[in-house]
Design a protein. Structure first.
Length: 318
C-alpha cells in the first residue's frame, strides 16, 4: 500500500473506503460495484485537483517519496544488457553513485546515476544517495570511458546533496564535484541529464551539466535543501516551506528560468503510483532528445553545452 503524504489525507480516506467496499461480501444486498466506481471517479478527480496545485514544499515531499522509482527501476525499464562498472580506480567504490554500459532502445549508452536505496538497510549501504569524492571520481571515469568509445551518456539525478562528512572533505569533496562538472561539460558525446527526484546542490550539478536537462513534473532541483536554506536564513528548519517557495525549486519554475529544458509528465498522484507509466514517459523523452543530439559533432555538442550554461541568468541582467 502506498505511503501517504500529509497533504494526501482526503485521498487516503477515499482509498480506504474503496478498500473496505472491495472487501465486502457480494451477498450484502448492496450494489458494491456501483459504489466503488463512483468513489474511484471521485478519487481520480480529487487526485488531479490536488496534484495540479501542489506548493513547492509539497512537491519536495513528493520528490522525496521513498516509493518513487530508483535507479535500478530505470535501468530495468529502459536499459538492456546492462553491465555494472565499479570503482574510481583510486580509493573505493561509492555505492551512492552507480553506472555502467547498456543499450537504450537499441543504442549503446553509458548510464550514471545516484541511488538512495529503498529500505533502511539499502539506504545505509547507498548512504542515502549522498556521494563521497570517490563516487564523483567514478562518474568522471565512466564519462571519460563513454567519450573514448563515443557512447551517449544518460545521468539520473536523485540526491539531497554530496556527503558533508569529514572524511569526504579530507579526500577532496569540492575538487571531485568540480572535476565531475568539468567532465560533463567537456565530453564530446551527447549527455542527457534527468532530475528524477531530488536534485540537491553541487552533488546534483556534478551529474547534471548536460546538453539537455530533463526533469520529472514533481521533482525538485535546488542550490540547497529548503531545510538548509531555512537554517541559514532564519536559524530554524521550521521555515522550510517558506524557503522552498523562495528558492524556485519546482520543474515549472526552473523551466521558466531556462535552468532545465523539458518537463517530463508524471502519472496522476506522482511517479510512485505508476512506476511503469512514469518510466515509459521518461524513455520517450530521452529517445526524442537523443535523436536530436546524436548527429551533432563533438565540437558542436561541447559548444552548445557551454553556451547553454553561460546563458543562464543573463536575461535577468540585461
Amino acid at each position: 500500500m502506498t505511503a501517504f503524504l500529509d497533504f494526501e489525507k482526503p485521498i487516503a480516506e477515499l482509498e480506504g473506503q474503496i478498500r473496505e467496499l472491495k472487501a465486502m461480501p457480494t451477498t450484502s444486498g448492496f450494489d458494491v460495484d456501483k459504489e466503488i466506481k463512483l468513489l474511484e471517479g471521485k478519487l481520480q478527480k480529487l487526485m488531479k485537483g490536488t496534484y495540479a496545485k501542489l506548493t513547492a514544499w509539497q512537491k519536495t515531499q513528493v520528490a522525496r517519496h521513498g516509493e518513487r522509482p530508483h535507479l535500478p527501476d530505470y535501468i530495468k525499464g529502459l536499459i538492456e544488457d546492462f553491465t555494472l562498472l565499479s570503482g574510481d580506480r583510486a580509493f573505493a567504490d561509492d555505492k551512492a553513485i552507480s553506472g555502467g554500459i547498456g543499450r537504450f532502445r537499441g543504442q549503446s549508452v553509458m548510464v550514471i546515476g545516484h541511488e538512495k536505496g529503498e529500505d533502511t538497510q539499502s539506504r545505509i549501504r547507498h548512504n542515502f544517495g549522498m556521494a563521497r569524492p570517490e563516487g564523483y571520481r567514478k562518474a568522471i571515469r565512466l564519462m571519460q570511458l563513454a567519450d573514448r568509445f563515443r557512447l551517449p551518456i544518460l545521468t539520473f539525478v536523485d540526491t539531497p546533496g554530496a556527503y558533508p562528512g569529514i572524511g569526504a572533505e579530507e579526500r577532496g569533496q569540492a575538487e571531485a564535484i568540480a572535476r565531475s562538472t568539468e567532465a560533463c561539460l567537456g565530453v564530446g558525446v551527447p549527455l542527457i541529464s534527468i532530475i528524477v527526484g531530488e536534485g540537491g546542490s553541487g552533488g546534483a550539478v556534478a551529474l547534471a551539466a548536460g546538453n539537455r536537462v530533463l526533469m520529472f513534473e514533481h521533482a525538485v532541483y535546488s542550490v540547497i535543501s529548503p531545510e538548509g536554506c531555512a537554517s541559514i536564513l532564519w536559524r530554524t528548519a521550521d521555515k522550510a516551506r517558506d524557503a522552498a517557495e523562495a528558492l524556485k525549486i519546482t520543474a515549472q519554475d526552473l523551466l521558466k528560468l531556462k535552468v532545465i529544458d523539458e518537463i517530463v509528465p508524471e502519472p496522476v498522484g506522482g511517479a510512485h503510483r505508476n512506476k511503469a507509466m512514469a518510466i515509459k514517459s521518461l524513455g520517450d523523452a530521452i529517445e526524442r532528445n537523443l535523436s536530436e543530439l546524436t548527429p551533432l559533432t563533438a565540437d558542436k555538442l561541447r559548444q552548445l553545452r557551454r553556451d547553454k550554461f553561460l546563458a543562464m541568468g543573463t536575461s535577468e541582467l540585461n
